[in-house]
Design a protein around this ligand. Structure first.
Ligand code: ZN
Ligand code: ZN
Length: 141
């Protein structure tokens, strides 16, 4: 799975004239590896193991760059901590209020929900997403 993500990543970098530095590749790998919607801090800690000299700021800026070239998405607000998603394919999220886990939800029925037309007249809507809040299976017990 990681391979297909990586080839899409290389392609996007090429298209956007973004240099493929080993650090950038590592940040991307750590973003998509576990599909756990990591925060900047989490990715920073993982990347630091391989590149001890990398700064938090660099990791932060790299992730923002990834969003700009379309290989990552910013996850909607969870406790004011910015988290990133390496899966850019359309999907919805479930937030566990206890352990802060974000679970991907793929369900066609959710994509069919009709958005009131007048919203589109008033606002310029680029993207829609349904966010569920509650307790995950583990925390429910
Ligand atoms: Zn939980
Ligand atoms: Zn996701």
């Amino acid at each position: 799975m990681l391979d297909s993500f990586l080839s899409a990543f290389y392609e996007a970098c090429q298209k956007n004239n973004l240099k493929l530095t080993p650090q950038r590749v590592e940040v991307y790998k750590e973003l998509v590896k576990f599909n756990d919607h990591p925060s900047v801090t989490k990715i920073y800690k993982r990347v630091k193991q391989k590149f001890p000299n990398i700064s938090f700021d660099t990791v932060n800026r790299t992730l923002q760059l990834f969003v700009e070239i379309g290989v990552a998405k910013l996850v909607e607000g969870v406790q004011d901590i910015r988290r990133y998603d390496g899966v850019t394919k359309r999907h919805n999220h479930f937030h566990c209020l206890k352990c802060n886990k974000i679970i991907d939800i793929y369900d066609e029925r959710l994509d069919k929900i009709e958005i009131p037309k007048d919203l589109y007249e008033k606002l310029s809507i680029i993207d829609t997403k349904i966010v569920f809040n509650g307790l995950c299976e583990k925390c429910k017990k």
